[in-house]
Ligand binder design. Structure first.
Ligand SMILES: [Zn+2]
Length: 113
C-alpha cells in the first residue's frame, strides 16, 4: 500500500469515527430522554394509584381503610424502588437521574413522610 493511499484511508476512517461518535451521542441523549420520561410516567402512575385509593376509601368501613393503607405503603415501596434505580421522585427534580446516585433530601421526604 502506498503512502498516499494509507493517509487517505486514515482520513476516511477518521471521518467515519467522527460520524459514529456523533450518532452515538445523539442516541445516548435520546435514550436518556426516554428513560427520564418513562420514570416520570412511573411516578405519575404511582401517585394516581394512591389518589384513586384515597377516593375509593369510604369512611366508616374498616376493611377499606385497612386495604387502602396497604396500597399506600405498596405505592411508597414502588416510589422507593424508582429512587433506588437512581431517579428523583421529588417534585423538585421529578424523573431526572440522580447524578452518581447522589442522595436527595426532597426524595427522602417523599419516601419517609
Ligand atoms: Zn430528589
Amino acid at each position: 500500500m502506498d503512502r498516499k493511499k494509507l493517509v487517505d484511508n486514515f482520513d476516511d476512517l477518521e471521518r467515519l469515527l467522527t460520524l459514529i461518535t456523533g450518532e452515538l451521542n445523539d442516541t445516548k441523549l435520546a435514550l436518556t430522554r426516554i428513560v427520564e420520561e418513562n420514570t416520570t410516567l412511573r411516578i405519575e402512575n404511582e401517585r394516581l394509584r394512591e389518589r384513586l385509593d384515597d377516593l375509593s376509601n369510604l369512611p366508616g368501613e374498616e376493611q377499606h381503610v385497612k386495604s387502602s393503607t396497604q396500597k399506600i405503603s405498596k405505592s411508597r415501596l414502588n416510589l422507593e424502588n424508582i429512587y433506588e434505580d437512581g431517579f428523583h421522585i421529588c417534585n423538585q427534580f421529578y424523573g431526572q437521574r440522580r447524578i452518581d446516585d447522589e442522595p436527595c433530601m426532597f426524595c427522602m421526604g417523599v419516601i419517609y413522610s
